[in-house]
Design a binder for this molecule. Sequence first.
Ligand code: SF4
Length: 214
Amino acid sequence: MNPKDINLPGYEIPEELKHVIAITALDRLYNWGRRSSVWPLMFGLACCAIEMIATQAARYDLARFGMEVMRPTPRQADLMIVAGTVTKKMVPAIVRLYNQMPEPKYVLAMGACASSGGPFKEGYNVVAGIDKFLPVDVYVPGCPPTPQALINGLILLQKKIDKESIKQVRWYRKGPDSVAIPIPVLGPDLIDTRRIPDIKAHTLSSTSKTDDQS
Ligand code: SF4
């Protein structure tokens, strides 16, 4: 570790001890460790995934961010890069993978499709953004975003991690934030089970209106 990376200003260390002592805050050390070893989950959904693959290749070299290890299992991944069109058929699998990732975990929506549905927004089979189901930390615009844009998104994620505090992060707290996201049900359409009370209320009100008219 380079002491310049973690030393806090205002705490001067005697010259003769500078090579053996570093003074820092626990948050800074903790965040430094996590921001420098974010392992992405290895999966892609459509054309944006090709740019994600290019970002991992030698020309752009994510190893300098400590992110070169793409894990084929969610159990060992910290970051889900949703790269491509999110179809309704894929959403239950994506949510299941997210639930299987251990905390701390982050989500990056790569490209117009993952952020908002993109050119397929009105499509019968497409979800208008993965943020309808998962908490997205960083959005990367573009169709497709270039590798440079993805790298910028990853740097933004690092900046976000830098601001976290060990006393407030959700994975050390009890409460609704730590609860797994219910897997959506794919039938004739995709149903978000969290919205079943709304769907029931809407159905009942439409039925009563029809009864009144007849
Ligand atoms: S945003 Fe564009 S490049 Fe990316 S998956 Fe959608 S259509 Fe393909």
